[in-house]
Design a protein around this ligand. Sequence first.
Ligand code: NAG
Ligand code: NAG
Ligand code: NAG
Ligand code: NAG
Length: 419
Amino acid sequence: MNTKPSTFLFSLLLLLRLLAATSGGSLRIFHISTHSKPLSWADEVLQMQAKDESRLQLLSSLVARRSDVPIASGRQVIQSPSYVVRASIGTPAQTLLLALDTSNDATWIPCSGCVGCPGTSVFSSDQSSSFRPLPCQSPQCSQVPNPSCGTSACGFNMTYGSSTVAADLVQDNITLARDSVPAFTFGCITKATGSSVPPQGLLGLGRGSLSLLSQTQSLYQSTFSYCLPSFKSASFSGSLRLGPVAQPKRIKYTPLLRNPRRSSLYYVNLIAIRVGSKVVNIPSSAFTFNTATGSGTIIDSGTTFTRLVAPAYTAVRDEFQRRVGNATVSSLGGFDTCYTVPIVSPTITFMFDAMNVTLPPDNFLIHSTAGSTTCLAMASAPDNVNSVLNVIANMQQQNHRIVFDIPNSRVGVAREPCS
Ligand SMILES: *[C@@H]1O[C@H](CO)[C@@H](O)[C@H](O)[C@H]1NC(C)=O
Ligand SMILES: *[C@@H]1O[C@H](CO)[C@@H](O)[C@H](O)[C@H]1NC(C)=O
Ligand SMILES: *[C@@H]1O[C@H](CO)[C@@H](O)[C@H](O)[C@H]1NC(C)=O
Ligand SMILES: *[C@@H]1O[C@H](CO)[C@@H](O)[C@H](O)[C@H]1NC(C)=O
């Protein structure tokens, strides 16, 4: 799912495009109008001002500025475990919901005629005048996994969880918050199998070449943050904030690590975990960042519950149970630490390099709606896949602002109620 061919060519093209846009822009600010009829000085100034006005509007849309996209819990809105934002695509604009996924680069959208897409809401490409399929020869086509050129368009297949997706690489305008990104490159899903594909498509917030971040480099400078509301919240009260402007000033950061083999994942250095006041005894190998095996810790918006490698989870769970006392422990679904009596819970602190994040109980206890069962909402990494990877998941991130500052290679976390 994270195989990426070389990104060099595409980055180079992007760089050239940015350079062209920048130099062209600064020239035109002082453009002098030519008119058949000579204008009075006052008219000239007025005209220049009017031109400046629209020019400044254009410039202000090009420099990074505050741009918040409301986020909702998909559980309430579309019965999907992901968090979703609204996006407008095409001309005239069609509004769709997209699931946030920080561990994926590409954006994919179910398109009309899709066979097997789970949702009912699709993008009608034939209704959009700005829609354009990318040809096989386009540089972007070399960035997708398993490209194929059955038709003239660039098609590709990929797996996502237990699903397979076939899509065409296309371009159309996308608008998030107020900023319109013309000719945004994304996958138009034509066929899907399996149940892992989110019904509404996916907004990839990874770092790779086809991601939103790479395509809006001049606008948002590879900086964004989000605040995920409680998964129980039914409103769009969270926010995806794009660009460096208006990100929190007082916030703790931990360095972002880069694994070239899994370039889209946001790895951080988790050092230890504290339950209450006690740093639990976890072998440091449970946290080792290793680019060859993929081991280490990532922050992910698309996973619901935190998974820790077995020795780490066992140590945290045992200390948690010890602190809660001798109430009877039962299991429920994938959770092995549940209680049917009210409990007094200790806090849990993730200790990252240079940043401790203490979670309140709401961020790691899940309460059954029917009965009075309360479970520790974390689990051991599954034995088969990713058994070396710790995943800090979205339930644990609720009501926090998580800042991804790629230029400075760091991730920040601060409490922020947004439910
Ligand atoms: C889409 O982009 C084209 C070309 O950049 C532009 O003319 C059109 O107005 C845009 N449409 C929307 C809805 O922003
Ligand atoms: C996708 O996979 C299917 C089945 O393996 C294959 O028939 C099809 O040609 C592939 N399409 C692309 C675009 O690679
Ligand atoms: C522990 O369990 C015993 C017997 O089940 C009970 O009498 C005692 O009060 C419990 N202690 C605490 C601290 O809950
Ligand atoms: C994190 O907490 C531990 C105590 O458990 C403390 O020793 C350490 O200095 C803290 N780290 C930061 C970055 O505040």
